[in-house]
Design a protein around this ligand. Structure first.
Ligand code: ATP
Ligand code: MG
Length: 414
């Protein structure tokens, strides 16, 4: 218990916008509490980024009171009874208390209720079911406090039953274990997850994607990914091979600001086909897909780079590739036999990353060629591409004399 910070709960209730909200929603026979992640994280002294509330009020009443109080109400999940209430620019999800009446492994039919205990027991893990009253009272219907104190992620009730209600809870079990637990996963939860593994197949790709991308950046992602593999989950999730070494090396240097898509790349992308498969399997966004494909191409390029990478090579790479990605790929392959990377190359990369040295930018534009007498048209693009090749081969110089000379040469060659 001493590892939990009960005073932080008071701090949570001192937030002015949240106070205003709770004042409005705790009157005239209605009760509204803070629930879930905010309470859990406050007790752990972890940052509280979003605050969810549950209430005895029905969605219409939530919206109506918001309007009267001058808050903005956005019906974000009206079927589920969720309204986002914005107070002084800060959004809060306010959800009517619910009870599950029917589940099919991926959806639940819910009834609105007025019982905080029942609402807590339909949640997934004991540490996610705590609620905090406006008066500062902490409610714990499922022994969440003791599990939180001993850093244990446990299903509420029988793990098999809870997983069969919603197979996504398998993914969430590992995600929350990775983020909040110490020691091994709860044996009952682990065994039930393994036994119910095939159920993951009925879930939507979007839901899997969401949990997987959060899992790969969780605090203990490395250990947990290993557990996923050891228990036969990983191949099914990724649809291909995993590179633990690269994942672990990246995780050992990006801990301050891990980026989900780069972690996924290090783990699961070896060639461009991997990127294509993952896009499809996980319904990745265009931006994520582009990043994975670019990672694959750069990885292939570096693995087949004939010479050791020196500062000049790094300059060329920086001119042609996203610096952040270059850093990611090099972190992932560090220690592998190829590429061979010289210290001065890494130093150059650090200078580019910090801005101490500007990333070289190709100095010619189409307009320069037009001015030099080349008629507008496809020829311009071809000439620029040729000039760019020369520029890369000649060390990516950006000084004016060089640029003038390069222009003269392309114009001469026509
Ligand atoms: P995070 O900080 O990671 O967002 P969180 O606790 O807010 O943590 P969410 O995924 O946002 O996690 O879910 C909010 C709450 O809703 C959870 O704390 C949990 O009580 C409940 N919950 C979410 N998904 C499920 C689910 N599939 N089954 C049961 N309860 C769930
Ligand atoms: Mg949340």
């Amino acid at each position: 218990m001493e590892t939990l910070d009960r005073k932080a709960l008071a701090g949570l209730l001192d937030r002015p916008a949240l106070r205003s909200l709770l004042e409005v929603y705790n009157s005239r026979g209605e009760e509204t509490r803070i629930v879930g992640g905010a309470v859990r994280n406050a007790l752990l002294r972890r940052p509280v980024t979003e605050v969810d509330c549950t209430t005895t009020m029905l969605p219409d009443a939530i919206a109506e009171r918001a309007k009267k109080a001058g808050f903005k109400a956005v019906p974000t999940g009206i079927d589920h009874g969720t309204i986002t209430v914005i107070v002084d620019g800060e959004p809060f999800e306010v959800t009517t208390l619910r009870e599950d009446v029917e589940t099919d492994g991926r959806h639940a039919v819910v009834h609105f209720g007025r019982d905080f205990g029942l609402d807590a027991r339909r949640r997934d893990f004991t540490i996610n079911a705590l609620s905090l009253g406006f008066d500062g009272q902490l409610y714990d219907y499922t022994d969440g406090v003791s599990d939180l104190a001993s850093r244990r992620v446990r299903f509420i009730g029988d793990a098999h039953t809870r997983i069969r209600e919603d197979y996504l809870r398998i993914m969430r079990f590992f995600r929350f274990h990775a983020e909040y637990a110490e020691g091994d996963p709860d044996p009952e939860g682990l065994a039930a997850s393994g036994a119910e593994r095939d159920g993951l197949a009925i879930l939507s790709k979007e839901r899997i994607r969401h949990e997987l991308l959060r899992l790969v950046v969780a605090r203990r992602a490395e250990d947990t990914i290993r557990i996923l593999a050891d228990h036969g989950f990983l191949t099914g999730l990724l649809g291909g091979a995993a590179e633990f070494g690269r994942f672990n090396r990246l995780a050992s240097v990006d801990r301050e600001g891990p980026v989900p898509v780069w972690r996924l790349a290090a783990l699961a992308v070896m060639v461009e086909e991997d990127a294509e498969r993952l896009r499809e399997r996980l319904r990745l966004s265009n931006d994520e897909d582009k990043k994975l494909s670019a990672y694959a191409r750069l990885l292939t390029l570096l693995k087949t780079w004939a010479l050791p990478l020196d500062a000049a090579a790094m300059r060329r790479l920086a001119a042609d590739h996203d610096i952040e990605m270059l850093d990611v790929v090099l972190a992932a392959v560090a220690g592998e036999p190829f590429p061979i990377v010289h210290v001065d190359a890494l130093e150059a990369l650090t200078r580019f990353r910090s801005g101490a040295e500007p990333v070289p930018v190709f100095p010619l534009r189409g307009a320069d060629l037009v001015e030099g007498g080349v008629p507008k048209g496809p020829k311009i693009g071809e000439m620029l591409a040729q000039a760019r090749q020369a520029w890369l081969a000649e060390g990516c110089r950006t000084d004016e004399d060089y640029a003038k000379d390069l222009l003269r040469r392309v114009l001469e060659q026509g």
